[in-house]
Design a protein around this ligand. Sequence first.
Ligand SMILES: [Zn+2]
Length: 442
Amino acid sequence: MDARTMFSASSTVRNVVLRSSYQVFMSKQCVMFEFHGSSEVFLNHVRLKNRYPSKVYRHSVHCFNDSEKNSKGPSTTQINNAKVIYSVAPAMGHNKELHPECNARVPAIVDALEKMELTSKFRGTEVVELQSWKPASMEDVTSVHAKPYVSGLEKAMVEATDKGLILVEGTGPTYATATTFNESLLAAGAGISLVDSVVAASKLSHDTPVGFALIRPPGHHAVPKGPMGFCVFGNVAIAARHAQRAHGLQRVFIIDFDVHHGNGTNDAFYDDPDIFFLSTHQDGSYPGTGKIHQVGQGAGEGATLNLPLPGGSGDMAMRAVFEEVIAPCAQRFKPDIILVSAGYDGHVLDPLASLQFTTATYYMLASSIKQLAKDLCDGRCVFFLEGGYNLSSLSNSVADSFRAFLGDPSMASEFDNPAFLFEEPSRKVKDAIQKIKHIHSL
Ligand SMILES: [Zn+2]
């Protein structure tokens, strides 16, 4: 049974199964699980059957099976008028009590979008929610990840079903439940499908909509050989390979503004001259990679840019980084598409790090990156949700990003409280920018 047929059950059946399996794993104790990235450690060779749900949050998303290959996403008219096209894959079964990367994250964003009247119900054809997509295929996932890891994770679902929850040692920690494998394929598939939609739109319209994959588990820490840092499959990396293979978009520019270094994406393309990976992150934060001198290797030397920012860097720092580093770097690279690892854990209210980004910072980034894509690659641009663990600052910041895509004014002043902010380390930021400009000849 392949991934597509696994998702062919009716949504009703899936919902029932999820509720029961969810109750089971919530009632069982968490056990440690040794994971070494090799299929040998997975003793069970039972194929997954049609028993794990893929999608249960209240939006009805229908996943394709083989007989529906010809089904497409949004209609031409929808795409033509859209300014934002997004997908919702909340992975409700992939959850661990008290873990910051929990299943409340995507629903919180969707609720905020509705409350702030940013959905199609209020904005008509300007906003399109993708209703149908295929989970990523094994070929998609193995374009980035090692086969033993992918097949090993699939087999580990048997143990996850028995034990309720497994922890992958030495990875952050990253956890897995009975639904993790399928829900991770669905998340990666949502990103792929948004790439398809945005590329189709760019052929029809001068005002290409921005794609936003509201998905989890996140992806940018997942390394080719395994999961890491709450991440299972490298959603953005898989989409980058898909853009190249399916659409001939050879040159992909990836911007990662999550507070943590996107080490998985970094590693996947470290020697690839066609995929430029640019990461800003807090200096010294997890996982400790992404030093300023790590610039790629071999043919890919110079096509990786890592800019660690000093703790306390905020809105002023990021505006300067965009103007002096991100924009000139993208202009020089001349991408065919821009993909964004959009992490919202650099927000001043986020519990996992110590930068001082605000809602206004994320509005600026969304607006500026959209313009950059318009100037450089016919507007082809897809955002992928990565981190962001304060549900309030996460959802307000994503909502303000939507406003930027729609051309609406920011509402950041309603959410940002200057009383929370302290002085930015402007001297250190300036030094870091000078240093990176020197290293990359910007
Ligand atoms: Zn992060």
